[in-house]
Design a protein around this ligand. Structure first.
Ligand SMILES: NC(=O)c1ccc[n+]([C@@H]2O[C@H](COP(=O)([O-])OP(=O)(O)OC[C@H]3O[C@@H](n4cnc5c(N)ncnc54)[C@H](O)[C@@H]3O)[C@@H](O)[C@H]2O)c1
Ligand SMILES: [Zn+2]
Length: 306
């Protein structure tokens, strides 16, 4: 499967809906995605294995801005220029400030109605012998905090650290993660770097190691965890309904997941505040904030007995 070969971080050009997609649709005779909720609910009620692919938009209503909403910047730097191994080795203090900012936002955030609707749907369907698996690009843990149990975090987790010296991976929810980062990380472009000495940044506490820790997230240009990708492949191959929630789907390899499922003739239902260029290849598109659209879409169907 091709997704195994791919690194994170190749961007698709973010073509706006209405330009190239409209032309392609007209040329190919491709139907417009439907927004018929009753029909979607019929399909949903019959699905045995549901894959739900989520992106930053699912956490937007929890107060975590999408990179796009934050104009793709933290202070004066592009987020994709900070989320790299090169940026970390050049300036670990700046990159830790950036991740400290995200950790503190995520710790204080609460799961939204969209996270809760997904978790409730998973719990209910599992009692009926049906499965729901969440494949998320988010690193904020809000799906788990909402109660979801089958979550594949393809881009890692803000609340894990990895030691650059011994490789030890630990869960870490400390706030702040180290004293030197307390009160740092302000995203305002006029704010200066804290320039924290490397020995005061988060360090490994495994017997005498003291190596520098990094956030255990997948940075641009890094390979996704092959164990996680193997699980993703199985879920994509087995699903008979796929939801694409709050993602621009412009970052590989996640951008390939829904098209891969659609190519098998499996319905894809998209929930986004705006159409994307590739929305035209989805079966359904429900436009609007997903904390409003998803609870209706995933509520108990009249044919469900429990
Ligand atoms: N919460 C997080 O963990 C978080 C936040 C920002 C970025 N990221 C990272 O950024 C990368 C960019 O990927 P992405 O495609 O997920 O994000 P993105 O910022 O590129 O796109 C977000 C998408 O969500 C949609 N959206 C915004 N608000 C919405 C809402 N209320 N309801 C429904 N849709 C909404 C937007 O139209 C857009 O298509 C990912 O790899 C992710 O790891 C993560
Ligand atoms: Zn170590």
């Amino acid at each position: 499967m091709i997704i195994r070969q791919l690194l994170r971080g190749v961007f698709l050009p973010p073509v706006e809906f209405g330009s190239r997609s409209a032309v392609l649709r007209a040329l190919s005779g491709m139907p417009h995605p439907k927004s018929d909720m009753t029909e979607f609910r019929e399909v949903f009620s019959k699905a045995k294995h549901v894959a739900i692919i989520t992106g930053a938009g699912v956490s937007a209503e929890s107060g975590l801005p999408t990179f796009r909403a934050a104009s793709g910047h933290w202070r004066k730097w592009k987020t994709q220029d900070l989320a790299t191994a090169q940026a970390f080795s050049r300036n670990p203090s700046r990159v830790w400030e950036f991740y400290h900012y995200w950790r503190e936002l995520a710790i204080r955030a609460e799961p939204s109605a969209a996270h809760r609707a997904i978790a409730e749907c998973e719990a209910r369907l599992s009692k009926q012998g049906r499965s729901v698996v969440i494949i998320t690009q988010n690193t904020d843990e809000l799906h788990r905090r909402a109660g979801s149990r089958h979550v594949l975090e393809i881009h890692g987790n803000l609340f894990r650290t990895r030691c650059l010296n011994c490789g030890d991976v630990e869960t870490n929810h400390q706030s702040p993660i180290c004293t030197a980062l307390k009160g740092k990380g302000d995203p305002d472009p006029s704010c200066s770097d804290a320039n924290i000495p490397v020995e005061d940044l988060p360090r490994c506490n495994q017997g005498g190691c003291d190596g520098l820790l990094r956030p255990d997230v997948i940075w641009f240009g890094e390979t996704l965890d092959s164990h996680v990708l193997t699980k993703v492949e199985k879920v994509l191959d087995a699903c008979d309904l796929c939801l694409l929630v709050g993602t621009a789907s412009v970052v590989f390899p996640a951008a390939l997941f829904a098209p891969q499922v659609a190519a098998r003739g499996v319905p894809v239902a998209e929930f986004n505040i705006r159409p994307r260029a590739a929305t035209s290849s989805s079966t359904y598109h429900f436009q609007g904030p997903c904390a409003t659209t998803l609870p209706n879409a995933l509520a108990r169907h009249e044919t469900e007995e429990i």
